[in-house]
Design a protein. Structure first.
Length: 234
């Protein structure tokens, strides 16, 4: 099983290069980097300058472990205490400063190509507010003239998997809403048909009762007439 890497691998590698006699290969293996990256740090050839991070203070390594590695170049350093990773579950999505200016373009692309997606979903994916989304949608955004719809995946604002998952979820929600509306309309139509059927049944029953009463009244009148005629004949 592959052991975990330091919380800040490049900074840790920089510290180990400056403060130990470990080989580049040992440092690279422990930090999960390529040996050439470590060598570039040692030669001061990297474009990014890292502030060293002491793995002894963080508890990721011990002095005895470093001594073992320095004594045997073939020794593979073992992590003493794995770093604790914190997963962020609340709050807006973090976007690097260099990518924030691309957000409006990514939002415009989603609004144009996936209108079924809700503002809340767009905000969560891109890491923006509903106010910004609304401003781009109704073209009242202060920089609307310079906003060009661009795929947020290409811009590096999200992954293709995250985008596909959001679109699929939105489509599923929309299908459910359409089904609910259709079902509601169908139930409404069935209810109206049932009411009409009951109304027609009541009218038919009332008509039948009226006709029966009229027939009874006519029969009674005829019987009375015959009785009167018979009485006169006698």
């Amino acid at each position: 099983m592959t052991q975990p890497t330091p919380l800040m691998p490049h900074a840790t590698a920089s510290w180990l290069v400056d403060n130990t006699a470990l080989t580049f290969e040992q440092i690279a293996d422990f930090c999960g980097l390529h040996m050439l990256e470590v060598q570039a740090m040692a030669d001061d050839l990297t474009s990014a300058k890292y502030t060293g991070r002491d793995p002894l203070r963080s508890g990721e390594l011990t002095g005895a472990e470093i001594e073992k590695g320095q004594a045997d170049p073939a020794y593979r350093l073992k992590m003493h205490k794995a770093p604790v990773t914190v997963s962020r579950t609340k709050g807006p999505r973090y976007t690097p400063v260099s990518k924030r200016q691309d957000k409006p373009d990514g939002i415009a692309w989603i609004l144009r190509n996936h209108p079924e997606v809700s503002d809340a979903q767009v905000g969560k994916l891109i890491g923006t507010t509903r106010t910004t989304i609304a401003a781009i949608r109704d073209r009242s955004h202060w920089n609307i003239a310079n906003i060009t719809p661009k795929d947020p995946v290409t811009l590096g604002l999200c992954s293709q998997r995250e985008l596909d998952a959001m679109v699929a979820k939105a489509a599923k929600g929309r299908n459910q809403e359409e089904w609910d509306n259709e079902n509601s309309q169908r139930l409404g139509s069935d209810r109206e048909a049932l009411i009409e059927e009951l109304r027609a049944a009541r009218e038919a029953q009332s008509k039948a009762a009226s006709e029966a009463a009229q027939e009874a009244e006519a029969a009674a009148w005829l019987a009375a007439k015959r009785a009167a005629e018979a009485a006169e004949g006698n």
